[in-house]
Design a protein around this ligand. Structure first.
Ligand SMILES: CC(=O)CC(=O)SCCNC(=O)CCNC(=O)[C@H](O)C(C)(C)COP(=O)(O)OP(=O)(O)OC[C@H]1O[C@@H](n2cnc3c(N)ncnc32)[C@H](O)[C@@H]1OP(=O)(O)O
Ligand SMILES: NC(=O)C1=CN([C@@H]2O[C@H](COP(=O)(O)OP(=O)(O)OC[C@H]3O[C@@H](n4cnc5c(N)ncnc54)[C@H](OP(=O)(O)O)[C@@H]3O)[C@@H](O)[C@H]2O)C=CC1
Length: 296
């Protein structure tokens, strides 16, 4: 396996492109938006600079990593030589079905088609292709260059061969793969997202404020980030999409998304990527200030 294409260059796509390129793979990074691609290359450059500062890599490593990445705005051009495509576009079922249909048309028949989806059925995504055995979930965690886990999700028809290739490839990226079956939210978000949703309900019901909720979970449970800060970090739109997949998939009211989460997403308040969520985010500042909306 030599050529990797990554579709979507947002929060996750840039990190996935980064780790493949740093491991020596040739990466085609594809997004519909040229600005998103430019932003992604700037982010990858900054994250490589962090590693240089910590003397983990050299300037020459940075140059070769960036040199391994080529950007494209047309899917057909970016995937034609791929041995593996990792789709990391917006968490939306119809969008993913359309992208997988296009991937199936424009890639070599031997190419494996993976999705970084947080929760959407790999079996359903596979149904948009004529190679269901080669469709798999390759779920990286955010921030991709730092987090060790890759959740590898087998769809109903995913072959042993495809699963083994992706398990071994994840190890080559210095990650730890864990194989799971294809049910809503898989394992990671079946457990994480109801906790985040419950933290939002706790705020919504006035049990405690933003900082208090996050402090309880950071100091009481040794979480590196409180659940509200983590929701901002993941993206509130992504959190809402995942809760909807759990709610629809299991039909159990315990997964109903908190109305406050729904309202925030409808208002375009999406967390760190939009500059505001439960906290305010200013470019270049590491300070965390609670959003005006939630100040006492
Ligand atoms: C929604 C889904 O489907 C699945 C998901 O991804 S759920 C989200 C999973 N992720 C988490 O739970 C993350 C929780 N948060 C954390 O682990 C930490 O807060 C964090 C790693 C993000 C930052 O850690 P921190 O100690 O506060 O900050 P900081 O000291 O600056 O960074 C720690 C390390 O991460 C690196 N880092 C931090 N943010 C980074 C980023 N965005 N990209 C690349 N590297 C980053 C730093 O360079 C630093 O590296 P070293 O250990 O080599 O020094
Ligand atoms: N955020 C997280 O913590 C995690 C997210 N995930 C999953 O990763 C995937 C990506 O999420 P995330 O990176 O957060 O999302 P972002 O919104 O940050 O990025 C998605 C990117 O995909 C682009 N895009 C939309 N449609 C297309 C298309 N047809 N072709 C190519 N690119 C397209 C978007 O462009 P535009 O902005 O112009 O629409 C945007 O640049 C989702 O499936 C999500 O569930 C998995 C693990 C963690």
């Amino acid at each position: 396996m030599k050529n990797i294409s990554v579709i979507g260059s947002g929060t996750m796509g840039n990190g996935i492109a980064h780790v493949f390129a740093q491991t020596g793979y040739s990466v085609n990074l594809i997004d519909i938006s040229r600005e998103a691609l430019d932003r992604a290359m700037t982010t990858i450059g900054k994250n490589l600079d962090r590693l240089i500062k910590k003397e983990k890599i050299t300037e020459a490593d940075k140059t070769s990593t960036l040199g391994n990445i080529t950007t494209f705005t047309k899917l057909a051009d970016g995937v034609k030589d791929a041995d593996l495509v990792v789709e990391a576009a917006t968490e939306n079922m119809s969008l993913k079905l359309d992208i997988f249909k296009q991937m199936d048309e424009h890639t070599k028949p031997s190419c494996i088609l993976a999705s970084n989806t947080s929760s959407i059925s790999i079996t359903k995504i596979g149904s948009a292709t004529n190679r269901k055995d080669k469709v798999i979930g390759m779920h990286f965690m955010n921030p991709v260059p730092v987090m060790k886990l890759v959740e590898v999700i087998r769809g109903y028809s995913t072959s042993d061969e495809t699963t083994n290739i992706i398990m071994e490839l994840s190890k080559k990226l210095s990650k730890v793969p864990v194989e799971v079956n294809d049910y809503p939210g898989f394992v990671a978000n079946r457990i994480l997202m109801p906790m985040i949703n419950e933290a939002i309900y706790t705020l919504y019901e006035g049990v405690a404020g933003v900082e208090e909720i996050d402090t309880v979970m950071k100091l009481g449970m040794a979480h590196p980030m409180g659940p509200l800060q983590l929701a901002d970090f993941i993206g509130l739109d992504v959190c809402l999409s995942i809760m909807r997949v759990l709610h629809d998939g299991f039909g159990n009211p315990k997964y109903a998304p908190c109305p406050l989460l729904v309202n925030m997403v409808e208002a375009g308040v999406l967390g760190a990527k939009s500059g505001e969520g439960f906290y305010k985010y200013e470019a270049g500042s590491k300070d965390l200030t609670v959003s005006k909306q939630f100040q006492k």
